[in-house]
Design a protein. Sequence first.
Length: 202
Amino acid sequence: MPARAPPQFVLPSDAETRFLENNADCGARALSCAAGLQHVPNSYEFVQNGDQNFIVMDLLGINLAKARRFLESNYNLKIAMQILIEMVIAVKEVHQRGFIHRDVKASNFVLDRQNSQVYIVDFGLAKRHLGNDNQPLPKRKNADFRGTVSFASLNAHNNVDLARRDDLWSLYFTMLDFLNEKLEWREQRDYTIVQVKEIKTR
């Protein structure tokens, strides 16, 4: 897949900074700090409109969950592996920029409109994991569940503060699913979160 030339990293404007400080949990801060990464969409404006916030960003193509369904009818292992490699690189870039995504799954990766580039999206659960000294931030003693049940790590199920390794566990489950490998807890849609945890623990 041909790589796009990454745009120059630009610090947020004063207006954007105020928006980010007031909406740290909506993912805008992570998306802004990830500006310039090859596998993160360009964002152009952060807009506040009453109780709703908007991010103006690149218009992209279908997510990889939908792309996988297209591949099922004409499965090509080489294409699947190329896509998975791009997903690994995307997660690595986010980690190196100091954030963990905390909701890694196929539907949070999208193709561009030419189907030639993979991007990671939806930073609504993202969290900074490196401080200004580029060292990991202290681990919280208690944390709520974060992520999507099917692809969450056991740490997420056990309410452990998530780290980079947990993004990789989610990516591992996503890869298995993408390659049509069996994930027992996805065989029945009515499994509860407790049942999914029990199956993953076996």
